[in-house]
Design a protein around this ligand. Structure first.
Ligand code: ZN
Ligand code: ZN
Length: 234
């Protein structure tokens, strides 16, 4: 049931290993995975942000995975996804990605947010969780996203959990349940406990019947971890 490798990046994002897409699939097959789901950091037109593939590489990313899907179809199911922030100015772009037949899923990963049209906020501050949380909630409510990546990471600037975090977490969980959106338990966060990216306080609020997916957030083949292995981390 958890024999999948979910949340896999590629060399295109600029902060992953330079291994080719096929190397991830070969390793996945060797690990006995039934599925591998790529979710590289999505580009935006004009390349306004770093740490993601250039917009010009989107088509070749999709083409490469399309070719590999076919090549390995008897061995493993390859899915093509993108990890992307919700920025209201780009609403049409999300619709376009959603309508693209080569893209199987969109994962909302709110690493920064749009404060006002074209103004972005990146820094970890006292109120970052509020901006990131609200952007995530708005994104979830569009119905355009299948998964929320590391929903608990929005609180990473805070060592201590406070009551206000419960409120925003409860809202996220409620929308996820109503809209059938998966919440991702992220192995990268779980392995860096010092970073406060993984928050047991958040996961305690998640009911047993919510949809949870285990993501390895791999940026190299060495970081590929099966869902089952991540599930057992906590
Ligand atoms: Zn990354
Ligand atoms: Zn990621």
């Amino acid at each position: 049931m958890y024999n999948y490798l979910f949340h896999v990046h590629t060399w295109r994002c600029g902060h992953a290993s330079d291994e080719q897409d096929e190397a991830y699939i070969r390793k996945a097959v060797a690990m006995g995975a039934k599925y591998i789901i790529f979710t590289d950091h999505a580009p935006f037109l004009g390349n306004p942000f770093t740490n993601r593939m250039p917009y010009e590489q989107l088509d070749s990313y999709l083409a490469s995975l399309k070719y590999l899907k076919e090549k390995y179809r008897h061995k493993i199911t390859v899915k093509t996804g993108l990890e992307i922030e919700y920025l209201p100015s780009f609403r049409d772009y999300y619709e376009e990605l959603r309508a693209n037949k080569e893209i199987d899923m969109l994962m909302l990963g709110q690493h920064h947010y749009e404060e006002s049209r074209g103004q972005y906020f990146f820094h970890d501050s006292e109120m970052a969780y509020f901006g990131l949380g609200n952007a995530t909630l708005k994104g979830m409510n569009t119905g355009l996203f299948d998964v929320v990546a590391h929903p608990d990471r929005i609180f990473k600037a805070h060592t201590h959990w406070c009551e206000a975090f419960d409120r925003i977490s409860e809202l996220m969980i409620k929308i996820a349940m109503n809209r059938n959106i998966y919440l991702e338990k992220n192995a990268r966060s779980m392995c860096r406990l010092q970073s406060k990216e993984y928050r047991p306080e958040f996961w305690k609020l998640v009911p047993a019947d919510a949809k949870i997916i285990y993501g390895c957030d791999a940026h190299s083949t060495a970081e590929l971890r099966m869902g089952e292995e991540i599930r057992c981390l906590n």
